[in-house]
Each structure stands twice: as C-alpha cells, then as structure tokens.
Design a protein around this ligand. Structure first.
Ligand code: PBG
Length: 327
C-alpha cells in the first residue's frame, strides 16, 4: 500500500461510523401511503397480488389513516373503487362517489395531521377502464377528458383534499385542473402532477386492487419506457402549467429519470414505487429468497438517493415504523 494509506473501509467499520457518514436518509415524513377504499364493503378485503395491502371499508380506512398518522407518514394518497361504473366515469365527479366520501372521512378523522391526497383520474370509474372518456370510435378523447378532470378536481377539493394528483397523462391536464381549482376558490389546494408516467407492466397488481375493467393498454397516453428526453418535456410542461410537485412513476426501474427530473426542476420531486415493484419483493420474500425488510429499506434509500424527495410506497407505514426505531 502506498503511504498515506487511503482506506475507505475506516468509514464502514461499525454501525456508528456508517450512520455518521450516511449520505441519504429516508424520513417517514417523506413517505406517502396509497390506500384503497371500496364502496359498500362491510369489512376490509385482502388483495391477492398485493399482500399486506387492503381494499378498505369506509370504517377500516379511517382506522388505517389514524395508524398511518401515528407512524409519522407524510401523506395518504386515496384511490376509490366504486360499486358501479359508467362510460363517463361520473362516479369520480359525484360528491357522493366513494372517493369523495372517503376524502371527507379521512379529513374528518386526521385533519391536518398529515397531507390528504387524492388520485385524480377516471380509470377507476369508467366501465371501459380507460383514464378518460372515449370518442365514438373508441379513442381516448383528450379535451373531453380535461373537462371531466376539472369537475373532479373541484369535487375532491370541496371534499377536503389538500393535494390532487392528476394521473391520467392527458395533455394540458395540470393547467385545466389548476384553473378550475382557482375559479372555485380552492387556491390552496396543491397539484401533485404525475408528470412522468410510463405505460408499465409494473401496474399489474394495482389493476386488481381497483378491479380495473381495462382491456388493451394505455400506450396512447402513458409514455414509452424507452424515452427519457420526453419525460423532461412532460415535466417542463407541467411546471409551466402550475404543478406544485411532479412525480415519476414507476420508481426503481426509472431511477435515471428521477435523477434527470431532479436536476431539471426546483419543485419537489416525488416517485411512486408502484404495485408491481412492491409485489415482486413480497413474492420473493414469501419464498425466502430475499430479506424483506432490508430490501424494503434498500429500495426506498435508492429512490431517495436518485433524487426523489417524496416517495409513494405501499410500505410507507411499516417503513416509517422501522425507520423510527433505527434513527
Ligand atoms: C391511474 C393510476 C394507476 C396507478 C396509479 N394511478 C394505474 C394505471 O395507470 O394503470 C398505478 C399504481 C400502482 O401500480 O401501484 N389512476
């Protein structure tokens, strides 16, 4: 060894020194837990492809929200599963639709103790499962969909959402939602734009969770996994249209995108560790092939290191509990 001896291992020799020099920490306050609530359920129901995640009843959702707040998570992202659907997805706009009712329930239960967010998209509410309304020949009609998103945003804000998350990848959705919120007096409601959303096979288990009716795919509106520059364009458009925060989705297979987006904008960047990312780890862990807790924290640390300041993850509550023991 040449003198002076450079030995990076000195800073790895025990847990105390590793903790001292750690460059990245995942803080529970930056984790957001997605939750599903299904209309008409008396008891919560398991989702086979998302072990540990539930379709909540209204009652169990309120309890889960309290538990999430106690664990210290930064936010809750709500998804509704309606009992019936139609071509226009009108259940998303109806103030008594399951998602809007659930927003009111959660806000009443936890108030300002965490940030209540709602998915702003039609796919859970349409009979065909697309994120927008269709033209007579079956294409997703961008501008007709925008009008529905505007109404949906106002309904969610009226129900008490702190943040709405337009996730349908329609052109112009952020601007339309922002203007509609402002016009209705909801200037304080923030927009978390799903700015970069790939047409991904990693959403498989989510489609079970919301009992999606989709046949076919979403490739005319979600992005091609091959493209990075296109993401930067999407992000620039959303920020120009008034996005308060931008999100990249999925997370782990797209860390290069997270990092490029972080470098490109100054607004908070979120990443969504989606259902398939979670399910893969859970399935491997159930087989005893990987260490579940270590992998959970390793994936979250990696997403954080890549530049996501906010992480949506189905592990949020458990990870928050583990992290609080650790630091
Ligand atoms: C659309 C939406 C989807 C997800 C979040 N919002 C599904 C899709 O685009 O097909 C997927 C989340 C996940 O897989 O965990 N409302």
């Amino acid at each position: 060894m040449p003198y002076p001896e450079i030995r990076p291992r000195r800073l790895r020799r025990n847990a105390a020194v590793r903790r001292l020099v750690s460059e990245t920490r995942v803080d529970p306050a930056e984790l957001v837990v997605p939750m599903f609530v299904k209309e008409g359920l008396a008891e919560p129901r398991a989702i086979a492809s998302l072990p540990g995640v539930l379709q909540h009843s209204r009652d169990s959702l309120r309890k889960a929200a309290v538990e999430a707040v106690q664990a210290g998570v930064g936010g809750i992202m709500l998804f509704g599963v309606p009992a019936s659907r139609d071509e226009y997805g009108s259940g998303g706009i109806d103030p008594n639709g399951i998602l809007n009712v659930a927003i009111r329930d959660v806000v009443a239960e936890v108030g300002d103790a965490t940030v209540v967010m709602s998915d702003l998209c039609l796919d859970e509410f349409t009979s065909h499962g697309h994120c927008g309304v269709l033209t007579p020949d079956g294409a997703v009609d961008n501008d007709a969909t925008l009008a529905a998103y505007a109404e949906m945003a106002v309904a969610q804000a009226a129900a008490g959402a702190d943040v709405v998350g337009p996730s349908g990848m329609m052109d112009g959705q952020v601007g339309v939602v922002r203007r509609a919120l402002d016009a209705a007096g909801h200037c304080d409601v923030a927009v978390l734009a799903y700015a970069v959303k790939y047409a991904s096979a990693f959403y498989g288990p989510f489609r079970d969770a919301v009992e999606s009716a989709l046949e076919g795919d979403r490739r005319t509106y979600q992005q091609d996994p091959a493209n990075l520059r296109e993401s930067l364009r999407e992000v620039a458009l959303d920020v120009a249209e008034g996005a308060d925060m931008v999100m990249v989705k999925p997370a782990l297979p797209y860390l290069d995108v997270v990092s490029a987006v972080r470098a490109a904008v100054d607004v908070p960047v979120a990443a969504y560790q989606v259902s398939g990312e979670y399910a893969m780890v859970e399935a491997a862990a159930a087989n005893g092939w990987v260490d579940r807790e270590r992998l959970m924290l390793e994936t979250l640390t990696s997403i954080r290191r890549a530049g996501a300041q906010i992480i949506l993850t189905y592990w949020a509550v458990e990870a928050a509990q583990l992290l609080r023991q650790r630091y």
